[in-house]
Design a protein around this ligand. Structure first.
Ligand SMILES: NC(=O)c1ccc[n+]([C@@H]2O[C@H](COP(=O)([O-])OP(=O)(O)OC[C@H]3O[C@@H](n4cnc5c(N)ncnc54)[C@H](OP(=O)(O)O)[C@@H]3O)[C@@H](O)[C@H]2O)c1
Length: 413
């Protein structure tokens, strides 16, 4: 057995070279976000092992240009076409190609690479992520909304292209690592853990009055705003259950969740013989990103070394679906199947935006999602998805319903 080094920094960097011995070519979709930053940090620390091909963003043009220069990307793409001139100007003299617009995002996602890190937030990432999947290279998937919205269709694309899908979400990375070394046939159930978020022990009346700042204050993880709010409502765990359904060979009744406030144990898999395998790590996304970039090898990540004596206690508790109804909504959408998860996701994205804009309360998020699902069912939207475009159509329709409900008032206020 290999002896673990004292600190992560002492682990010799084993360059994750490709089969020809050259550096791995990586594109980062959503390079200006939290996952994007962690990915580029890992790459910067392993400069000889990686080469950055494309980096993308939506509107953060200065951050994009700065990160593109730092990692010496070949191309930088901004989603908003109005920002093209600004990007070009910010990149002048760097030799980095600038591009803008939705088509340019898709084209960047199709550039030949060894691995694409899909870290755009929300269903907006679906088209470029599918474009990258179709190019058949490794997909390090952080954008869970792709799998939630397009589930079966997305996985058919993955199978058709022979794409190697490695999840980045910490719980799914944990399950992936366990299942790479265990007999998936013998799975009894998979339990994803949840920190419980900032409102874990708050009574409902207090959650009702929670502010934007309180919702954005996650106890363990530093992440983008949308996923941080999703963690506060626990919708994040609901989305992750749906994500797990598509990634692993289990049925809905085999997926469980458990609140674990320390965020050290990320996933537990029970097998039919009574064994339970778990994966542990400090809550730092650079660990699952490193796994996705270098699997089946291990590359050094500058994370704090896990010291269980210091952590001292690992506690677990059941989730409270009364205070956190988003979990039930997500589970129901998962069981309902078809495009119910796409509607759930679209409505949630609108609801989180409305909450961040001060238009609705925290409990209002689940209320708006629930009402949108109800109306969408009435309008016959909950049918099977035939292709990515049908998911995008359903997503757009669900957003309109959610917007109408918001404008009509009464939901979520
Ligand atoms: N952060 C985490 O620790 C974590 C953990 C597990 C899973 N994930 C998942 O990873 C994904 C990214 O999360 P994050 O926390 O890194 O989000 P984030 O910090 O908000 O970053 C989102 C990225 O997506 C880009 N983007 C946003 N809207 C876009 C659009 N319409 N078109 C193209 N690009 C767009 C943003 O560009 P701009 O900066 O220009 O807006 C930014 O680069 C999410 O699906 C999340 O659920 C995140």
């Amino acid at each position: 057995m290999q002896r673990a080094a004292e600190t992560a920094q002492e682990v010799p960097v084993r360059p994750s070279v490709d089969a020809d011995g050259g550096p791995k070519r990586i594109s980062v979709l959503g390079a200006t976000g939290s996952i994007g930053a962690s990915t580029l940090d890992l790459i910067a620390r392993n400069e000889r092992a990686f080469e950055v091909v494309a980096v993308t963003a939506h509107t953060s043009v200065d951050v994009l240009a700065e990160r593109a220069r730092l990692c010496r990307a070949e191309r930088a793409v901004i989603g908003d076409p109005a920002l093209y001139d600004q990007l070009k100007e910010a990149l002048s003299g760097s030799g980095i190609e600038a591009a803008a617009g939705d088509e340019a995002l898709v084209e960047a996602a199709q550039m030949p690479v060894h691995c694409t890190v899909a870290a755009i937030v929300g269903a907006a990432g679906l088209k470029p992520t599918v474009a990258a999947v179709r190019s058949g290279q490794r997909m390090a998937l952080a954008n869970k909304e792709c799998l939630v919205s397009a589930g079966d269709v997305f996985m058919q694309e993955v199978a058709r292209a022979g794409c190697e899908l490695v999840p980045v979400d910490s719980e799914h990375s944990a399950a992936f690592q366990i299942l790479e070394q265990a007999d998936a046939e013998g799975i009894e159930d998979i339990t994803l853990t949840a920190s419980g978020g900032p409102f874990r022990d708050w009574p409902l009346e207090r959650i009702q009055r929670a502010t934007r700042e309180q919702a954005l204050k996650h106890p363990n993880w530093s992440m983008g705003a949308k996923i941080t709010v999703d963690s506060a409502t626990m919708m994040n765990k609901g989305l992750e259950l749906i994500e797990a359904l598509h990634l692993f060979p289990v049925e809905t009744h085999q997926l469980r969740m458990l609140v674990h406030p320390q965020s050290i144990v990320h996933c537990l898999i029970s097998f039919v013989d009574g064994s339970v395998l778990a994966q542990l790590a400090e809550p730092d996304m650079r660990t699952p990103i490193a796994v996705a970039l270098s699997w089946p090898r291990r590359m050094a990540a500058p994370t704090k070394k896990l010291d269980l004596a210091e952590v001292s206690q690992l506690t677990f508790e059941a989730a409270d679906e009364v205070r956190f109804p988003a979990i039930r909504l997500a589970r129901e959408a998962m069981e309902r199947g078809g495009m119910a998860p796409a509607i759930l996701n679209a409505a949630n994205e609108i609801a989180v935006e409305a909450f961040l804009a001060g238009r609705i309360t925290v409990p209002g998020i689940a209320a708006l999602v629930s009402e949108t699902l109800h109306h969408a069912e009435g309008r016959g939207l909950v049918r099977e998805a035939s292709c990515v475009d049908s998911v995008l159509e359903c997503d757009a329709h669900a957003r309109l319903i959610a917007q109408e409900l918001l404008v009509g008032g009464g939901v979520g206020a």
